[in-house]
Design a protein around this ligand. Structure first.
Ligand SMILES: Cc1cc2nc3c(=O)[nH]c(=O)nc-3n(C[C@H](O)[C@H](O)[C@H](O)COP(=O)(O)OP(=O)(O)OC[C@H]3O[C@@H](n4cnc5c(N)ncnc54)[C@H](O)[C@@H]3O)c2cc1C
Length: 327
């Protein structure tokens, strides 16, 4: 173990990437550690094709493009990015520095900023209503990797949250037809998106539950049950996109001796955790009023970096309100 970083950022989601960028602007020696084979977190892994409308200054951008732009931004500094590397533990050293234990060995750092989102994540599955082989064939899916996969298909979207509503709208212009089913009459999406959905050509079916999916002549026969009734209806579609949210695995986090509220790390207004020199940002954290949004995580990043650098370099003058790269 030879090199000691100023800051190790655990997690290469949108917030981890921006944290690394801001730290690089402050001339910190920084590296990102990411357990997946790619950076971009939820945005790249779970909704690459979804449009994002709520990042300041960007009217609309696909999630994967936002990540691409973040990488372009980060590339100004080229910090180390260690992919396929999972942080298992963070251990304090007698001199106050930290050892970050990963599946590829230990790394030494003066401080750590945790940006692990909800931990490793997976979609909430709909069990026992279809043959798992339909997932392998791609007829039933929990992700949209490529909008083109749905071109000229009859598509059913199941779910009532932001993601289901956004996908139904995004697919409207690509698919032959789109039907959205939800077990409640009200959708939980952004009001403007729900209004758009109601004015779209998407066939809205509520309140319905997915009861059973079978196949007939290479198509899906979806049996729907009207909530609180015995009424059933069968729709034939080519693809079924299920959006019932995600379950996060935060088991590793529980071993890091951090104060947690549920699966979130408690931080104060300076993004400090209960452990010295360990800060946290993004979806990984909680505090009164916290929102799990990229814009909110972006705002937390400069706070965490500034707090960390004040701690490890107390003699350094901190920036006030502007940044300049090239002077
Ligand atoms: C379907 C969907 C749609 C969304 N739409 C929007 C939207 O329109 N606008 C918006 O602002 N937000 C949206 N969000 C929320 C947004 O994705 C999150 O707020 C954002 O991704 C949080 O970024 P993050 O970097 O904190 O965490 P994440 O994106 O979760 O990234 C965390 C990264 O840490 C890595 N990691 C986890 N554990 C470890 C470990 N032990 N070691 C190393 N790496 C680790 C993970 O692999 C992951 O890459 C949406 C979320 C979903 C699921």
């Amino acid at each position: 173990m030879t090199h000691t970083y100023d800051l190790l950022i655990v997690g290469g989601g949108p917030v981890g990437l921006f944290t690394a960028y801001f730290a690089s602007m402050r001339n910190a020696d920084v590296a990102i550690i990411e357990s997946l084979p790619q950076v971009g977190g939820q945005a790249n892994a779970l909704f690459p094709e979804k449009e994002i409308y709520d990042v300041g200054g960007i009217p609309k951008i696909k999630a994967k493009q936002l990540i691409q732009q973040q990488l372009t931004q980060l590339n100004l500094f080229k910090p180390d990015i260690k992919l396929n590397t999972t942080v298992n533990n963070i251990i304090e050293q007698p001199d106050g520095s930290l050892v970050v234990a990963t599946n590829h060995g230990d790394l030494q750092t003066k401080a750590v900023i945790i940006a692990i989102g909800t931990g490793s994540f997976a979609p909430r599955k709909l069990n026992n209503v279809y043959d798992p082989a339909l997932e392998t064939s791609g007829q039933i899916t929990y992700f949209v990797k490529n909008l083109a996969d749905f071109a000229d298909q009859d598509v059913m979207v199941a779910g009532g949250g932001d993601s289901a509503v956004d996908w139904a709208l995004a697919l409207e212009n690509v698919a032959k037809s789109v039907t959205i089913i939800h077990r409640r009459d009200q959708f939980r999406g952004l009001e403007s998106s729900v209004e758009k959905l109601q004015n779209s050509t998407v066939n809205i079916m509520t309140p319905y539950l997915l009861n059973q999916v079978t196949t007939s002549a290479d198509q899906l026969e979806v049996d729907l049950k009207k909530v609180k009734t015995e009424t059933h209806q069968t729709l034939t579609v080519d693809k079924l996109l299920i959006n019932y949210g995600f379950v996060a695995d935060s088991r590793l986090l529980r071993q890091w001796q951090l104060d947690l509220a549920g699966t979130k790390i408690k931080v104060n207004t300076k993004m400090e955790t209960n452990r010295p020199r360990i800060y946290a940002v993004g979806d990984a954290v909680t505090y009164p009023g916290k929102l799990d949004l990229i814009a909110v995580g972006y705002a937390e990043a400069p706070i965490a970096v500034t707090t960390a650098l004040q701690t490890i370099y107390p003699e350094k003058i901190q920036p006030l309100h502007s940044t300049s790269l090239f002077n």
